[in-house]
Ligand binder design. Structure first.
Ligand code: SME
Length: 166
């Protein structure tokens, strides 16, 4: 049974320290990649405020394909270099989008989305996919979210059984 309570703090550093500890507890006792990523998206979906979509796009045959997520049904294939996800994947850099309407080529999956952060997942320099989070308010994500979520993704890079993804 999942016993963790909702983290109630305005301190983002403390928030991510706690979330990332919970993530380690979740992923290190599981060896199935799908179960690991499904619960990782559920963890953020449960713990983060003011978000309307959180999930993964995974690299398959040189494009991003929708993986486990929480939120409304979303677009299933994103070419590398397209949208926020494809751009983060191509550049292998986290992208913070304060206002999605200002991002050229943004792919709208949920009309409620106003801001977004996409963090690439790299294991030993190899791209595995991206973590994508959308918010219904502008400027939801800042440098502290970037740092905390990059640590979150690093835990996944090291612990998910990527070799079994087909
Ligand atoms: N907005 C993303 C597409 C994925 S949805 O937000 C879930 C993009 O521009 O790549």
């Amino acid at each position: 049974m999942y016993r963790a309570k909702k983290i109630k703090t305005d301190d983002k550093q403390l928030f991510y320290k706690t979330v990332n500890k919970l993530l380690i507890g979740q992923v290190c006792y599981e060896s199935d990649w799908l179960a690991q990523l499904a619960n990782a998206s559920a963890l953020l979906g449960h713990q983060m405020d003011e978000i309307n979509w959180v999930g993964f796009y995974l690299l398959k045959n040189d494009e991003l394909v929708l993986g486990p997520f929480q939120g409304k049904p979303a677009c299933t294939h994103i070419p590398i270099g397209k949208g926020v996800c494809g751009t983060a994947a191509e550049k292998r850099k986290t992208i913070l989008v304060p206002d999605v309407h200002e991002f050229p080529g943004h792919i709208a999956c949920d009309a409620a989305s106003q801001s977004e952060i996409v963090v690439p997942i790299l294991k030993d320099g190899e791209l595995k996919g991206v973590l994508d989070i959308d918010s219904p308010i502008k400027n939801r994500f800042d440098e502290e979210d970037k740092k905390g979520l990059e640590e979150f993704v690093q835990i996944l890079a090291e612990n998910v059984h990527w070799e079994n993804i087909c």
